[in-house]
Design a protein. Structure first.
Length: 521
């Protein structure tokens, strides 16, 4: 801002390890938050009040960076409303601004009220008591909560079971084909399995990967997740979340690889305790900048070396776009964000009969005010997936991940009878192209596996009809939505194979007819 009246005194941000100077245009308050006063200066044509910046400084020194960023956004929106105004901070300007807001954006006024009240409360000139009284007299509703969940929005709400299964399968397949690295795999699986916010995932350290023995003497596996939203502090409070052993093992392997990467690039000797503080998802650019050991050890207790939240969002979008994961509900590429995994976990818990307290605990909410939306929006009936609908949805779901072959001799391991995949009746439907051990209960899981090579003339319709019958049987016995839908993605995969077989058979017949025509001529 280059306002000499503000001075060049160094101020300390609430987030440990970050400082800013009042008369600079950009304040970096955390690994995520960069406040750019140049934007506001451009809007206001350089007429920002000295005490306006001083008030922001108070918030930057005493509140989380995310909170300051929300204030900045609210104030910026207000200033942008009437850029030609000579005096932004008047009652008439506020009244006109309020009248311009749509219902869903009325919460912006709440941020403005907080900022103006603090400005006045600090005793700085520029905000009158008239403005404070006006704002305090307004009833300002908060942001609308759970709207996408209530509407069961197919683009922004909770994922269907088929969509969730598709993501989990495709991300593992992408890793097996070296299309994504281990960091991208672990980030994706943690989001999908825990529903934690990106900032919580980004704050994880090596020391958060823990295990213990339960009362039965069995080994159980956990990740210690920071509870960031409650106080906005960096790793101020942690909470255990149970994980499957295979996901936990992957996280451990990633931590080991990170330490090797660090040691091969930086000649800084760290103790075991310091290595435990190393980020699980490092921002390597920031890590490699620091050469001094004492500085490095100090910064391990800050968020400086941790991956940015936006990078986590990019990872899930990369998987969807790269692996072409479609929604069977929209017929379009899955519109995926980390938030939708949270919605999904809450919705699935409600479908299984859990109440608001359990759902709030599962989603790491500090109270139950947001958990009720899940309980109130449980589907009343099991979604119907019959024979006809399965074929209609199959092209969109794209659940089949293997490769169709004309005959057994065309497949990998086609000369190995042990590679044959058979139905319960013993009829072969294809081959497995993997040379490793697989404990899957064939043939149902095979249809969604990248190693499966179904034959064009295989009895896939029998498998499909058997699955539909099994789904109906489970529905009649249990009436449980979650149990009933567990077969849906396999059903769609088998349907897709059947449709591909029909297309391939037509091609074979057409080619045969064309060849016979040439011979006859």
């Amino acid at each position: 801002m280059h306002n000499t009246a503000l001075g060049n005194e160094i101020k300390y941000a609430k987030s440990e390890g970050y400082t800013f100077v009042l008369n600079e245009e950009i304040w970096i308050l955390s690994k995520e938050v960069k406040i750019n006063f140049g934007i506001l200066n451009k809007i206001s044509k350089g007429s920002l009040d000295f005490y306006f910046v001083k008030t922001f400084s108070f918030f930057a020194e005493n509140y989380s960076a995310e909170y300051v960023n929300a204030l900045f956004y609210g104030v910026r929106t207000y200033l942008s409303f009437n850029p030609e105004s000579k005096d932004y901070f008047t009652s008439s300007n506020l009244i006109n601004y309020r009248a311009s807001l749509k219902t869903k954006n009325i919460w912006h006024l709440g941020m403005i009220r907080i900022f103006f009240n603090k400005w006045y409360g600090l005793g700085y000139p520029g905000i009158s008591k008239e403005i404070v009284d006006l704002l305090d007299g307004w009833r300002i509703k908060g942001n609308i909560k759970g709207d996408a969940i209530k509407r069961k929005d197919p683009k922004h709400g909770p994922l269907s079971d088929v969509e969730l299964s598709a993501f989990n399968e495709k991300v593992v397949q992408a890793y097996e084909r070296n299309k994504i690295n281990k960091t991208e795999l672990v980030v994706s699986l943690l989001l999908s399995h825990t529903g934690r916010r990106p900032v919580q995932i980004s704050y994880l350290k090596n020391q958060d990967v823990v295990s213990s023995l339960n009362k039965k003497g069995e080994r159980v596996y956990f990740i210690n997740v920071p509870r960031v939203k409650q106080r906005g502090e960096f790793r101020d409070e942690l909470k255990l979340f149970a994980l499957k052993e295979d996901v936990w093992n992957l996280i451990g392997l990633l931590a080991e690889e990170n330490i090797k990467e660090f040691r091969s690039n930086l000649k800084i000797e760290l103790s075991k305790d310091d290595l435990n503080k190393f980020p699980l998802f490092p921002n390597w650019t920031e890590v490699f900048k620091v050469k001094d050991k004492s500085d490095f050890i100090y910064l391990l207790d800050t968020d400086r070396f941790h991956i940015q939240n936006k990078q986590i969002d990019r990872i899930v979008k990369k998987v969807v776009n790269q692996e072409k994961i479609y929604s069977e509900r929209t017929g379009e590429l899955l519109n995926l964000s980390p938030r939708r995994f949270r919605y999904t976990i809450g919705t699935r818990a409600a479908k299984e009969g859990f109440g608001e307290l359990i759902i709030a605990e599962l989603l790491d909410h500090s109270d139950t005010q947001n958990a009720g939306v899940y309980v109130r929006n449980v589907p009343e009936h099991v979604s119907r997936l019959d024979e006809a609908i399965g074929f209609q949805l199959a092209p969109y779901a794209q659940a089949f991940a293997g490769k169709l072959v004309d005959r057994e001799s065309d497949s990998i391991r086609g000369n190995d009878r042990n590679s044959r995949i058979r139905t319960e009746d013993g009829n072969p439907v294809g081959n497995c192209g993997d040379f490793g051990f697989c404990g899957a209960n064939v043939p149902i899981p095979c249809y969604t596996c990248i190693h499966f090579q179904p034959w064009v003339d295989g009895p896939h319709k029998e498998v499909y009809e058997s699955l539909i019958s099994e789904r109906e049987r489970i529905e009649q016995i249990t009436g449980d939505i979650a149990v009933t839908e567990v077969l849906d993605r396999s059903i769609l995969a088998v349907a897709e194979v059947i449709l591909k077989c029909e297309v391939r058979n037509k091609e074979i017949i057409n080619n045969k007819d064309s060849n016979e025509g040439i011979v006859n001529e």
